[in-house]
Design a protein around this ligand. Structure first.
Ligand code: ADP
Length: 372
């Protein structure tokens, strides 16, 4: 197990634009660390700098406490798995798995042992003599994983390894990769644009946008305490509802609707013009019209089996979604009384997007204490 540290790391491909700017983070030994963000935010560039496939323009990279900026990829003692499995078509599964070991001083016997172990772990034992074209996509991705496992490297880097698989297989592989990483105790740095992968796999994750860190933390802490509107809308499915509002007379006045409360915390009115955020699961059916915070005119209904998603407008280009447990017989055009509890509301700065107010942090800490 080894630690990976980035200190003020930056990267530019030309003199003008920095695609990674001033990134500092420590990835702990044995940690499953996910880099997540939209396409083009710099995730792969960061991973490739750690791997030694891309030069670091500024800052320091330490691997296991050792300065690694100028080490060759082969000197960094890490394994890699990419989206395109990069298997050799003319070699068998076994030869593909052990290919990288030939440059190391490893006996044939040891190679066979490691290959058999990895194949067993990944359910590939019966396919070892096949060629890659005789395998399904999922099996090919497993071969790529096995090739990383047999190196016994303390650090593994993965760049969107599941993107080519269908949704069902992706979910299965998520859980498998996580279990293997735990079993081997390796430090994992995993790149994905998929927030579900990040949420379900990470011990901690870093959310990147335009080459800048937006937030680093445990998935649930980030879900519960997003630092800004970017994180709030990137993490969660459906994402957090956001809309600009004026706070006045215990109400949020949106372009197309007004949400009334009995009593808003005074601290919430940090500014008159703000961006209000609320998670879909925190918009619920009101017990009666009198108790409603607002009335939503339903524009779309999606019944997903265990839950129902209801869409309605708060502004001209601002649709919100409510997520209710169960299957609800609601039609487009229905006017539904909804409630929102003030403690679930986030207030963000409309210009910077940074969080200004929310009440939940203290409660989360208390809840964690109960379970710890
Ligand atoms: P991600 O992995 O998050 O999709 P990348 O790290 O691949 O993002 O790319 C980050 C930014 O750097 C993008 O704007 C991309 O166009 C740019 N970029 C990536 N590779 C190169 C390169 N070899 N030369 C110039 N620009 C590049």
């Amino acid at each position: 197990m080894k630690k990976v540290e980035l200190i003020n790391v930056s990267k530019s491909y030309d003199k003008k634009t920095k695609v990674i700017e001033d990134i500092s983070v420590t990835i702990e030994p044995g940690e499953f660390f996910v880099l997540v963000g939209p396409s083009g935010c710099g995730k792969s560039t960061m991973l490739r700098m750690i791997a030694g496939l891309e030069e670091i323009t500024g800052g320091t990279l330490l691997i296991g406490g050792q300065q690694a900026n100028d080490l060759l990829p082969s000197q960094r003692n890490l394994s890699m798995v990419f989206q395109n499995y990069a298997l050799y078509p003319h070699l068998t599964v076994e030869q593909n798995i052990t290919f990288g070991l030939h440059t190391k001083k490893i006996s044939k016997q040891e190679m066979k042992k490691r290959c058999d172990e990895a194949a067993e772990m990944l359910g590939l034992t019966e396919y070892l003599k096949r060629k890659p074209r005789q395998l399904s996509g999922g099996q090919r991705q497993r071969v790529a994983l096995a090739r990383a496992i047999v190196t016994h490297s303390p650090i593994c880097l993965m760049d969107e390894p599941l993107s080519n698989l269908d949704a069902k297989l992706r979910a299965k592989m998520r859980s498998e990769i996580r279990q293997i990483q735990r079993k081997l105790g390796i430090t994992m740095i995993y790149v994905t644009h998929d927030q579900t992968e990040a949420m379900t796999m990470a011990d901690r994750m870093m959310i990147l946008n335009n080459g800048h860190i937006q937030q680093v933390g445990k998935p649930l802490d980030i879900y519960n305490e997003p630092a800004n509107t970017f994180v709030a809308s990137f993490i969660g499915s459906p994402p957090m509802n956001l809309a600009d509002a004026r706070i006045q007379d215990q109400s949020f006045i949106f372009e197309k609707n007004t949400v009334k409360f009995e009593q808003l915390p005074t601290a919430m009115a940090v500014k008159q013009h703000v961006t209000v955020g609320i998670r879909p699961e925190h918009i619920q059916l009101a017990a009666s019209s009198e108790e409603a915070s607002f009335v939503a005119e339903i524009e779309n209904v999606e019944i997903l089996g265990t839950e129902t998603l209801l869409t309605f407008s708060m502004g001209d280009h601002m649709q919100w979604t409510a997520k209710w447990n169960g299957q609800w017989n609601i039609a487009v055009g229905d006017k539904i009384p909804m409630t929102i509890q003030p403690e679930h509301v986030f207030i963000f700065d409309s210009e910077s997007g940074n969080v200004l107010y929310h009440e939940t942090s203290l409660k989360n800490e208390m809840a964690m204490e109960v379970f710890s």
